[in-house]
Design a protein around this ligand. Structure first.
Ligand SMILES: *Cc1c(COP(=O)(O)O)cnc(C)c1O
Length: 462
C-alpha cells in the first residue's frame, strides 16, 4: 500500500518535539504512529491494535469515533467550523453551557470557555484575584493562593505557580508567583506516620493552620478533589474535601476545584465533588468535556462572582482574558453530544459494576512482589511499584520501571502511560467487561515481566 512508502516515524523524529519527552530517547527508540481509532482500540500504521488503557491521556469517555460524536461534529461542520466568541456568540456554545449548568453543582451558573485544563485553572485564579481587587480596600491584601504539595494544575505559568510536582516545576521557579503549599493526603507514605483509618485526616491540620494564619492574604484555595492525578494517583479520604470547603467558607476564601481529570464520570459520579456534596466557587473542566474528541475547557462560577464583574464600561471591571478559539462550535457540539450520551447510554449506571470489577481484580495485583500500593477512585487506578515492599523503597528513577511496564504492555497489545513508578489504568468509561479483563490481564503480565526479569526486555518492533 502506498502509505507505507512514507516513513512517518522518520519524519516525526526529524521534525517534531513531543511534550514531557526526552527527545534523544524518543529518536533512538521505535515509536508507534497511530493512524486509526475504534471504540477502546487504537491502531498504528503497521496495522497493530492496542487497547487504549489511559483514554488517550484521561480524556476519552465513550470510545474513539463514537458514531454520535462523529455525527455531531459532522453536522456542526456543515454549518459553521468557527467564529469568534469576542463580541459574538454561537449556537453550540450556548447549548453546551445550558447543559453544563443543568448538571453542575448547585450554584455554578456561569460558563467561561477556553481550550485546555491549564487555562481553565488559570482563568479561575485570575477571576478570583480580580474579584477581590474589585471588593474594595478591605480586601486589598488578598493576592495569594493556597495549593497543595504534589498538585498538578497544568503547564502555563499561572497553573504551574499553584502546582507542586517538583520534577516538572522546579526549573521554572524563578518565573512563578509564590503560593502557600499545604499537605495533601499521602496515605501510603504518610509523612506524619499516621494510619489512614484512624487519623481523621490529620494532614489537613497543616492546611488549616496555613489558612488561619494567612486568610487575609489569600484569594482562593486550589485543589484536585478525590485524587491527585499527576502526583501518582494519590487518593484523598472521604471528608477531606468537605472540611476544606467549610474552612474556606469560614475564612472568606474562594474554593477552586480542578476537576480537569476527575469530572465526567471518572470517579463514578458526574463530578467528584458531588460525592461529598461540595460546591466550589470555581470548577475547572477540560479533558473529558468533549468526550475526548476536541480541545475544549470550561471554568464554571457562581452568580456572586459573575455579578462582581458587572458595571459601567469605564469601570473596567470586565474580565480581560480570552482565547482565539474560545467557544469553538465544533468542540462545543461534540461536548453537548457527549453529555447526551451519558443519558442515552446510561454511562454512569453501566460504569458501576465495571468499577467494582476493577477493584476486585486490582486486589490480585498484591500477589506481585513489587506491587507496593493500589489506589483507586472510581475508574481511575494507580499501581505503585516498589523495589522492596516491606520498606516501601521506591525503584530508582534510572530504572524507569513504569516505562518498562509500558513497553511490555505494548508488546501485549495495550497502550499505557505511567507516572514515574506508578502504572496508571484509566480506560474509556465505555470499555466492556471483557475488554477491561483483557486490559487487566495485559497489565498484570506486563508488571510481572518487567519486575521479575533482571534484564528488562526491550520492546521489539513487530
Ligand atoms: C491534565 C490536567 C490539567 C492540565 O490540563 P491540560 O489540558 O493538559 O492543560 C490540569 N489539572 C489536572 C488535574 C489535570 O489532570
Amino acid at each position: 500500500m502506498k502509505r507505507h512508502r512514507i516513513d512517518y516515524e522518520a519524519l516525526d523524529k526529524r521534525f517534531l518535539w513531543h511534550p514531557f519527552t526526552q527527545m534523544r530517547d524518543w529518536m533512538e527508540s521505535p515509536q508507534l504512529v497511530i493512524e486509526r481509532g475504534q471504540g477502546v482500540y487504537l491502531f498504528d500504521t503497521q496495522g497493530n491494535r492496542y487497547l487504549d488503557g489511559v483514554s488517550s491521556l484521561w480524556a476519552n469517555i465513550h470510545g474513539h469515533r463514537h458514531p454520535a460524536l462523529v455525527r455531531a461534529i459532522r453536522r456542526q461542520l456543515a454549518k459553521l467550523e468557527h467564529s469568534t466568541f469576542l463580541g459574538l456568540t454561537n449556537v453550540p456554545a450556548i447549548e453546551l453551557a445550558t447543559k453544563l449548568v443543568a448538571i453542575a453543582p448547585a450554584n455554578l451558573k456561569r460558563v467561561f470557555y477556553s481550550d485546555n485544563g491549564s487555562t481553565a485553572v488559570e482563568i479561575a485564579l485570575k477571576m478570583s484575584f480580580q474579584f477581590w481587587r474589585q471588593q474594595g480596600r478591605a480586601f486589598a491584601s488578598k493576592r495569594k493562593f493556597i495549593s497543595f504539595v504534589n498538585a498538578y494544575h497544568g503547564d502555563t505559568l499561572g497553573s504551574v505557580s499553584v502546582g507542586g510536582v517538583d520534577l516538572f516545576h522546579k526549573i521554572f521557579k524563578p518565573l512563578l508567583f509564590k503560593s502557600f503549599k499545604a499537605f495533601y493526603p499521602q496515605c501510603y507514605r504518610c509523612p506524619f506516620g499516621k494510619q489512614p483509618a484512624a487519623c481523621d485526616v490529620y494532614c489537613l491540620n497543616d492546611f488549616e493552620a496555613t489558612l488561619a494564619q494567612h486568610h487575609h492574604e489569600v484569594c482562593a484555595v486550589v485543589v484536585e478533589p478525590a485524587i491527585q492525578g499527576a502526583a501518582g494517583m494519590l487518593t484523598a479520604p472521604r471528608g477531606f474535601l468537605k472540611r476544606i470547603e467549610a474552612l474556606c467558607r469560614d475564612h472568606n476564601v474562594h474554593l477552586i476545584l480542578d476537576e480537569v481529570a476527575t469530572a465526567f464520570g471518572r470517579t463514578g459520579t458526574m463530578f467528584a465533588c458531588e460525592q461529598e456534596k461540595v460546591v466550589p466557587d470555581f470548577l475547572a473542566l477540560a479533558k473529558g468535556l468533549s468526550g475526548g474528541t476536541l480541545p475544549l475547557a470550561a471554568t464554571l462560577t457562581t452568580p456572586e462572582i459573575f455579578n462582581a464583574f458587572l458595571g459601567e464600561y469605564a469601570d473596567f471591571k470586565s474580565f480581560f482574558h480570552g482565547h482565539t478559539y474560545t467557544g469553538n462550535p465544533l468542540a462545543c457540539a461534540a461536548a453537548a453530544a457527549s453529555l447526551d450520551l451519558f443519558k442515552s447510554e446510561k454511562t454512569l449506571q453501566r460504569l458501576r459494576p465495571k468499577a467494582t470489577y476493577l477493584s476486585r481484580r486490582l486486589e490480585d495485583f498484591r500477589q506481585l512482589r513489587h506491587v507496593g500500593d493500589l489506589r483507586q477512585a472510581g475508574f481511575i487506578a494507580g499501581i505503585e511499584l516498589v523495589q522492596d515492599r516491606d520498606s516501601k523503597t521506591p525503584y530508582p528513577a534510572s530504572d524507569r520501571i513504569g516505562h518498562v511496564v509500558v513497553l511490555e504492555a505494548r508488546r501485549r497489545g495495550a497502550i499505557l502511560r505511567p507516572l514515574g513508578n506508578v502504572v496508571v489504568l484509566m480506560p474509556p468509561l465505555s470499555i466492556s467487561r471483557a475488554q477491561l479483563k483483557e486490559l487487566l490481564d495485559i497489565t498484570y503480565a506486563s508488571i510481572e515481566a518487567a519486575t521479575q526479569h533482571r534484564q528488562p526486555r526491550v520492546a521489539s518492533k513487530s
